[in-house]
Design a binder for this molecule. Sequence first.
Ligand code: PMP
Length: 357
Amino acid sequence: MSRFWSAVVHGLTPYVPGEQPKLDNLVKLNTNEHPYGPSPRALEAIRAATSDGLRLYPDPNSDALKSALARRHGVQPQQIFVGNGSDEVLAHAFMALLKHERALWFPDITYSFYPVYCGLYGIAQRTIPLADDFSIRVEDYLPQGDERPGAIIFPNPNAPTGMPLALVDVERIVAGNPDVVVVVDEAYVDFGGESAITLIDRHPNLLVTHTFSKSRSLAGLRVGYAVGHVDLIEGLERVKDSFNSYPLDRLATAGAVASVADEAHFQDSCAKVIATREKLVASMQALGFEVLPSAANFIFARHPGRDGAELTAELRKRAIIVRHFKAARIDQFMRITIGTDEQCGILVDALRDILGR
Ligand code: PMP
């Protein structure tokens, strides 16, 4: 606590991302990075961008990237907003689109960043518990009489459960709230989910966010984007222009454009992660774990009678790091990022040893 801080800072509980330990030889399965690395063409483009010199400012509008993404998603470039990771894109959305007199609705058990931004921007929040099976229940997000949201946000697939919501259900929420913005955070959608970008033409209140950190294996580059009606995008651009006119540097832009151009690498590397996930789920179930149905590059699993924190600590002793959340209802679970087949094999062997199987 400092007497120099503003009152806003005193009220903040920081978002704590998963740890990034400075040790080699760890089996690192805790922050949902993609195990296979980005398109070689992206790395080449980043190298080429350095030789071009970084003396000049980047394009403040990131036109090259917006055009590439617009082509890929079949929308207009004015329907794309880009930022420094989807966290920054979301931060702009919270400020530009999600702060209203009525509360922002989001699930209880979801991405822990949302309440942090509500705190930062003074946004009233209402959290809605997941169903008993940890799914998002559409009916809970539809207005009932005077009970209506100021805006809605949820990830699809949800985090940290990994569970997908069917596109028809996403559309029921969006169509059921035509007067408020609905943000669908699709950080993990490329591992088997259904993207709501296809709904954008029909629903001007829908904003979909994506990231290059997961399916494109570029977490270190910090690139994310949003797709939506030009009205929503204009709101985000206004916040950006008042905050940081150059959100994407030249290296990030070059790498991201080249990544989008390499569709084959993107498809192949995601397919490999999905195949490994299915194998890991089967091995974990054989060890007696309950694994929630995942459409993400991680799984959420618990073992009856075993504490999630204790299992996480046991794995750590064996240099394997996974994520545990100390929170009601999910204390028993571990969130495990899908690594390579080899890493997942090491994990399963360690769990077998810990469980004495
Ligand atoms: N949304 C969700 C649901 C996430 O889990 C994450 C990753 N922590 C993000 C957004 C942000 O990812 P990034 O800022 O790397 O794009």
